[in-house]
Write a protein that binds this ligand. Structure first.
Ligand code: TMP
Length: 216
């Protein structure tokens, strides 16, 4: 392929939307195609970034975290993740499959917490420079169903404790991003049964791969 860099694919959606299961489908597809890839997540993906993730998810009833502090921690984790894992992997020609990225910041900190978009955009430019995902798959589900699924899994983290209204804003933000950036984003209806979601994902990936091969 002309472009020696790997492809940067991000997966987004509200809690309980089935990202982990669908990432398994993507992994299987890439392995079958013989594509070299890594799977990672945000916040997280490196030792320091995972430590920041722990801070972000941990519930602390004695002191709330301000929206700005939350935003800065997320971008601190992202800066480390980009420098130590994402950029080197892409440069080595690997595909990077990332469970959430900066669209989550626009959705959760922007729409959910009500932080100014321009603050997020400034940090995005500072931390990422020109790097943006090549493809973003947004798994769309009504947040009530998603939260019920998440509640059945484990104790709720600091984000999962938010009210339904918060997740409705998050979902809408994702849909707005998808309609503003149709070249990059694809919305998949995650309320369908798992097989239907998987086969949609496989079609998306096959199309992406054949486009890359045409560029050879
Ligand atoms: P996860 O449960 O999908 O692993 O994500 C952890 C939480 O972090 C999830 O509730 C969404 C939140 N989050 C943000 O609020 N902003 C971000 O930029 C990212 C990447 C995640």
């Amino acid at each position: 392929m002309k472009n020696k860099n790997g492809l940067f694919i991000t997966i987004e959606g509200v809690e309980g939307v089935g990202k982990s299961t669908n990432i398994e489908t993507i992994k299987q597809f890439l392995a079958d195609q013989g594509i070299d890839f890594i799977v990672t997540r945000e916040p997280g993906g490196t030792i320091w970034s995972e430590q920041i993730r722990d801070l972000l998810l941990k519930v602390n009833d004695d002191e709330d975290l301000t929206g700005l502090s939350e935003l800065l921690l997320i971008f601190a984790a992202r800066a480390q993740h980009l420098d130590r894992l994402i950029r080197p992997s892409l440069a080595a020609g690997k595909w990077v499959i990332c469970d959430r990225f900066t669209d989550a910041t626009y959705a959760y900190q922007g729409a959910g917490r009500g932080l100014d978009r321009s603050k997020i955009a400034e940090l995005e430019t500072l931390v990422q420079e020109e790097l943006r995902p090549d493809l973003t798959i947004i798994l769309d589900l009504d947040p009530l169903t998603g939260l019920q699924r998440a509640q059945n899994r484990a104790a709720l983290d600091r984000f999962e404790r938010e009210q339904l209204e918060f997740f409705e804003k998050v979902r809408q933000a994702y849909l707005d991003i998808a309609s503003a950036e149709q070249e990059r984003c694809i919305v998949v209806d995650a309320s369908q049964d798992l097989e239907a979601v998987s086969s949609e994902l496989l079609i998306i990936l096959e199309e992406k791969l054949s486009l890359l091969q045409q560029d050879d």
